[in-house]
Write a protein that binds this ligand. Structure first.
Ligand code: SAM
Ligand code: DTB
Ligand code: SF4
Length: 338
């Protein structure tokens, strides 16, 4: 039987790792018919990754609220009146106990988040260094998201055993000023460079559903995929609209928008871990299955993200059983030339 090909039909060929994607090429992929897009992403995913394997990460907010930045989506910005209860840096002991729980629960990556604009060289940072050492010793991949970092701070984290650093671009360069005015896109890129130069694995992605256009989504994917090296992890967050923030009334994004974003990220950054991040609590299992089919291969587990809810442990456990997913082992991805 003849194969039916239209000009939009994707035909299988081995994908390559490229850092020279044009915006037009990405736009064409992003805007292709959704079933073609999913098929192509699923094909690329199988060429580079085990499609049954999903990385399970746990998040912990080690310092919550009171942040001086004005990120319009964020419940932790001091200037918005949200129900988030601020607390200062948790003790090393408290954090290590949570990391132990995460390990027992089957997570292989533990990510510590702080509501800081940037890291300061003070006692709090010394304590974070101790947390990193302790978590690394447990055999977990340790990740932090602490805001902007200098090259020296990145090296200290690396020496302490930090495996990955999360620092999201969040959106396109053009839309950035509509969302955040207290720092620039260039600041974000600079920290990513500092992380990369310290040979720490780079985790960077963004949020959809903030009022950006499709072009902004394509723009962000273009910036990420044309960095000198692709980020090892690309989180795709659906905005969690939180009461009290300027984006509280934003409409929820549809599953097709998440799938389009995930599938395009998978095709243009074939080896990256594409994380189905914030927003899962509003998605049913079938919707999440579509995201996994489209190339998502990482999630946050545990009933809380940083400050907002996430699916219950047992619900995810059942989803893994039904979808035949298996948790990815720690330290599987080679450390970037260490
Ligand atoms: N303060 C540090 C920073 O901004 O890099 C680290 C913590 S910050 C909360 C980490 C990321 O969480 C943000 O870059 C953003 O992508 C994501 N985030 C925050 N609030 C969110 C929300 N309401 N919905 C979806 N993602 C959110
Ligand atoms: C990422 O991209 N998403 C996570 C993690 N990196 C730090 C954070 C999501 C936060 C959602 C809102 C909250 O729980 O406060
Ligand atoms: Fe602060 Fe990070 Fe929230 Fe922005 S996203 S307000 S920098 S905690």
């Amino acid at each position: 039987m003849n194969q039916i090909l239209t000009e939009n039909t994707y035909t299988d060929s081995i994908a390559e790792i490229r850092n020279d994607w044009t915006r037009e090429e990405i736009s064409q992929i992003f805007n292709s018919p959704i079933l073609d897009l999913i098929y192509r992403a699923a094909t690329v995913h199988r060429q580079f990754n085990d499609p049954q394997e999903v990385q399970v990460c746990t998040l912990l907010s080690v310092k919550t609220g009171g942040c001086p930045e004005d990120c319009a989506y964020c419940p932790q910005a001091a200037r918005y009146h949200t129900e988030v209860k601020a607390h200062k840096l948790l003790s090393v002991k408290e954090v290590l106990a949570k990391a132990e729980d995460a390990l027992q629960g089957g997570s292989t990556r533990f990510c510590m988040g702080a509501a800081w604009r940037e890291v300061r060289d003070n006692k709090d940072f010394d304590n974070v260094i101790e947390m990193v050492k302790g978590v690394a010793q447990m055999g977990l991949e340790v990740c932090c998201t602490l805001g902007m970092l200098t090259p020296h701070q990145a090296s200290r984290l690396k020496e302490a055993g930090l495996y990955a650093y999360n620092h999201n671009l969040d959106t396109s360069e053009e839309f950035y000023d509509e969302i955040i005015t207290t720092r620039s896109y260039g600041d974000r890129i600079e920290t990513l460079e500092n992380v990369r130069n310290a040979k720490i694995s780079v985790c960077s992605g963004g949020i959809i559903g903030m009022g950006e256009t499709m072009n902004d989504r394509i723009g962000m994917l273009h910036t990420l995929s044309t960095l000198p090296e692709h980020p090892e992890s690309v989180p795709v967050n659906a905005l969690v609209p939180v009461e009290g923030t300027p984006l509280e009334d934003q409409e929820r994004v549809s599953v097709w928008e998440m799938v389009r974003m995930i599938a395009t990220a998978r095709i243009i950054m074939p080896k990256a871990m594409v994380r189905l991040s914030a927003g899962r609590v509003k998605m049913n299992m079938e919707e999440q299955a579509l995201c996994f089919l489209a190339g998502a291969n990482s999630i946050f587990a545990g009933d809380k993200l940083l400050t907002t809810p996430n699916p219950e442990y047992n619900v995810d456990k059942q989803m893994f059983q039904i979808l035949n997913l298996k948790p990815r082992k720690a330290y599987k991805q080679a450390m970037p030339s260490c």
